[in-house]
Design a protein around this ligand. Structure first.
Ligand code: ZN
Ligand code: ZN
Length: 358
């Protein structure tokens, strides 16, 4: 027999930790109002309702809070609480700063070869000034025509070009080759196997069919994660939470400036389990208008055992400094530096990525 926990205390603890992590007010309110409703009832009634599944008939109690109560009464630490406890007792500003200073590079950047605004050399020099040891250049793949995605031919040219630029850059810094390859409707990757195998790091992202139903989107993402070429799952929900900051859009972005977008629907448990099983990283995308994945999914991926990248998806040199936004979000979720692959030296990162296709 396990001893029941106090469900109201657990709900309040969750609300406190959500507030501390600066979560959306509506999410916090759900836990505060459930706690308030339940604290006005006798404990036996709460237990009876939990057993009968009628907690959600009470005003202020929803599916998520009812599940927490049921777990509490069963003597288990609610999953929701467990995921938040990673940040308890941590100074979040210190944790964010520690993460930022541990980063040695950026795994998601664009140049004017696709929809970025600046030449490769300028992106690289800005990265040198930020103290990076590397950036992975991840221009788009052919099917993303609005972003001037690189055909196989142009990507080959880019590889030669990067080799030449690297030769002229300061010692101790290098551009790693890469791609942000589209995850196509069937889950295949939008570039030839031959080219994908030549790249140092492959980020795969969904850019189309974002409203696919959950089963379809999950299949699509799982197939991509299982592909040995893919190393990093880019901005996994595709959501847009805010308008782009002025000047933040690339040439191909202009028509999309004011488009907000809900996260796509997929089985996050299955997707993160696959990332963990195959050693693929989940990207924490630092762009202010993306903030992708949402914090609850970062927590879920962390608990699933995933590693992460904290990347900027920069389309201009100044945006390379946006990593601190991603670090803040990661710190709020309890992500530590040892789970972030771009805290590694370039060689270790490249070996890790190569290990996926070995
Ligand atoms: Zn993208
Ligand atoms: Zn991108």
């Amino acid at each position: 027999m396990t001893t029941p926990r106090d469900p109201v205390a657990d709900l309040r603890r969750i609300a406190f930790l959500l507030e501390r992590a600066n979560e959306a007010t509506y999410r916090v309110r759900a836990f505060r109002s459930a706690a308030k409703t339940l604290s006005a009832l006798p404990a036996e009634e709460v237990a009876q309702r939990a057993a009968a599944g009628t907690l959600t008939e009470l005003s202020g109690v929803g599916d998520v809070t009812a599940r927490c109560v049921a777990e509490s009464l069963a003597g288990e630490e609610p999953v929701y609480l467990r995921r938040l406890l990673a940040t308890e007792g941590v100074d979040l500003d210190d944790a964010a700063a520690a993460l930022r200073s541990a980063l040695r590079g950026d795994c998601h950047t664009h140049s004017d070869w696709s929809d970025g605004g600046s030449p490769i050399e300028e992106m690289a020099l800005a990265a040198v000034e930020l103290g990076h040891e590397y950036v992975v250049l991840t221009d788009h793949s052919p099917s993303l025509k609005v972003a001037r995605g690189l055909t196989a031919d142009r990507l080959k040219k880019q590889l030669d070009y990067v080799a030449a630029v690297n030769a002229a850059l300061p010692q101790g810094f290098r551009i790693l080759t890469g791609i942000e390859v589209d995850i196509l409707a069937d889950g295949s990757l939008d570039q030839t196997d031959e080219l994908l195998s030549r790249l140092d790091v492959v980020v795969g992202s969904v850019h189309s069919g974002l409203r696919d139903d959950s089963a379809r989107m999950t299949r699509r993402m799982l197939r991509a994660i299982e592909n040995p070429h893919l190393d990093v799952l880019g901005h996994c929900t595709g959501r847009m939470v805010a308008n782009r900051p002025a000047g933040a859009e690339g040439p191909g972005d202009r028509g999309h400036r004011k488009r907000l977008r809900p996260p796509s629907d997929f089985d996050a448990a299955a997707v993160f389990a696959a990332c963990a099983a195959h050693g693929k990283a989940v990207e924490i995308n630092s762009r202010p208008e993306r903030q992708d994945p949402p914090k609850r999914l970062i927590r879920q991926a962390l608990e699933a055992g995933c590693v992460f990248t904290i990347s900027t998806d920069a389309h201009a040199p100044g945006q390379l400094d946006w990593q601190r936004f991603g670090c803040e979000r990661a710190a709020l979720c309890g992500v530590s530096a040892d789970r972030v692959v771009n805290t590694w030296k370039a060689d270790q990162l490249v070996d890790w990525a190569a290990g996926h296709s070995a």
